[in-house]
Design a protein around this ligand. Structure first.
Ligand SMILES: Nc1ncnc2c1ncn2[C@@H]1O[C@H](COP(=O)(O)OP(=O)(O)OP(=O)(O)O)[C@@H](O)[C@H]1O
Ligand SMILES: [Mg+2]
Length: 209
């Protein structure tokens, strides 16, 4: 390494509504050798038994929101968040700084990559994550496609998927912040072609950090 100077790799924030194809796209980028940071996975680790967020969540919400095993009671918290926007904000104030910190640590370990994809489902509503990234990539598809794919994947009801979509940033608003858009309406071949084209352009881009 040159004189202790670490150059941050070029970072792309990957976002999109539920079931639009973020995880599938991240896997395709990983196949091209991109570094991948998954903020959903970080969040799950922070809230599992012994996770770094548990003490703060217990202090802010009470023992009722922690299971007997010591992890976040996700069902209970989800119900609370649906009923109370302030609870959502309080949980985010605990989780987001921790997620950001861990994403930075992972980024430090990905210095050798040409670029890094950071999957952040909440990117449109969480400006803090924009500090980490130079570009926003949105995976987009029609709402009817989102619903069909999520129902097939998880046996959620249509009403449940619709209520999650209603809580997320509207599609038009998400597209407005995009530097690049992947249209995930056709099959996986079309998806792979779009990822390959973006891989070529991201490989040529330089970090401005
Ligand atoms: N182009 C495609 N053709 C067919 N199936 C697809 C396509 N893209 C994604 N899928 C499928 O749709 C489902 C949702 O995709 P994926 O899990 O990648 O979305 P996601 O945005 O990560 O969802 P979440 O918001 O729940 O994390 C998966 O079962 C995936 O295999
Ligand atoms: Mg996913």
């Amino acid at each position: 390494m040159k004189s202790g100077f670490l150059k941050a790799p070029f970072c792309v924030g990957l976002t999109g509504g539920i079931g639009c194809g973020k995880s599938t796209v991240a896997e395709l980028f990983a196949g091209h050798g991109a570094g991948i940071i998954d903020t959903d996975a970080i969040s799950r680790r922070l809230t599992q038994s012994g996770g770094d967020a548990i003490t703060s969540i217990r202090a802010a919400f009470g023992d009722d929101y922690i299971t007997a095993e010591g992890s976040l009671d996700r069902t209970r918290m989800r119900q609370q968040i649906f009923a109370d926007a302030d609870a959502k904000r309080r949980l985010e104030r605990i989780l987001h700084p921790l997620i950001l910190q861990q994403a930075r640590q992972q980024l430090d370990r990905l210095q050798d990559r040409r670029y890094v994809i950071i999957a952040v489902p909440l990117l449109p509503e969480s400006p803090a994550f924009r500090q980490l990234i130079q570009r926003i990539l949105v995976v987009d598809c029609a709402e009817s496609t989102q619903i069909a794919r999520v129902i097939t994947r998880s046996r959620m009801s249509e009403a449940e998927v619709r209520s999650i979509i209603a809580q997320q940033t509207p599609r038009e608003q998400r597209l407005r912040i995009a530097d690049d858009v992947i249209h995930n309406e056709a099959g996986l071949d079309s998806l792979a072609e779009q990822v390959a084209a973006l891989h070529r352009s991201y490989s040529a881009m330089q970090s401005s950090i």
